[in-house]
Design a protein around this ligand. Sequence first.
Ligand SMILES: [Zn+2]
Length: 163
Amino acid sequence: MIKFIGSSLLVLLLSGCGLEKSASVPQKAFQTVTEQEAILLQDGKEKRYCSRCGMDLVRFYKTNHAAEQDGKAVQYCSIHCLEEHLGQGVTLKNPKVVDVSTLKFISIADAFYIVGSSKRGTMTRVSKYAFSNLEDAKKFQKLYGGEIMDFNGAHEKAKEDFR
Ligand SMILES: [Zn+2]
């Protein structure tokens, strides 16, 4: 009898441990890629961090945007931070966004954005993920919802965060 009580206690303790462990391990964000997968366009010590808010660009890679300012690459964690920079009245050239499918930068002119899917956004409650291929965007939309927009549509949505 005593032995039985002892072993059931042990089971309780073990399952308690398991619960605690799974709760304390942070879930990887959808935006996160490996360091090898991420393309960092900026130079210098701070190249891994958003030029506006300082967040880790690898961690939020799938919503990264980039552009050139005075011939130098600037990279952003999100369209939110790109918009924040544009709001300063700067001139940016060659704006780009990460294609979620290939993890390569594409011109914003070629991007199909899924706006407002169930996947969490970066610096916003309304997420915006870009794809170069319309079929990929549609597949994503089927799984996670949201609306398909071009850059201008996604940009207008991003501006709403500042109102
Ligand atoms: Zn940022």
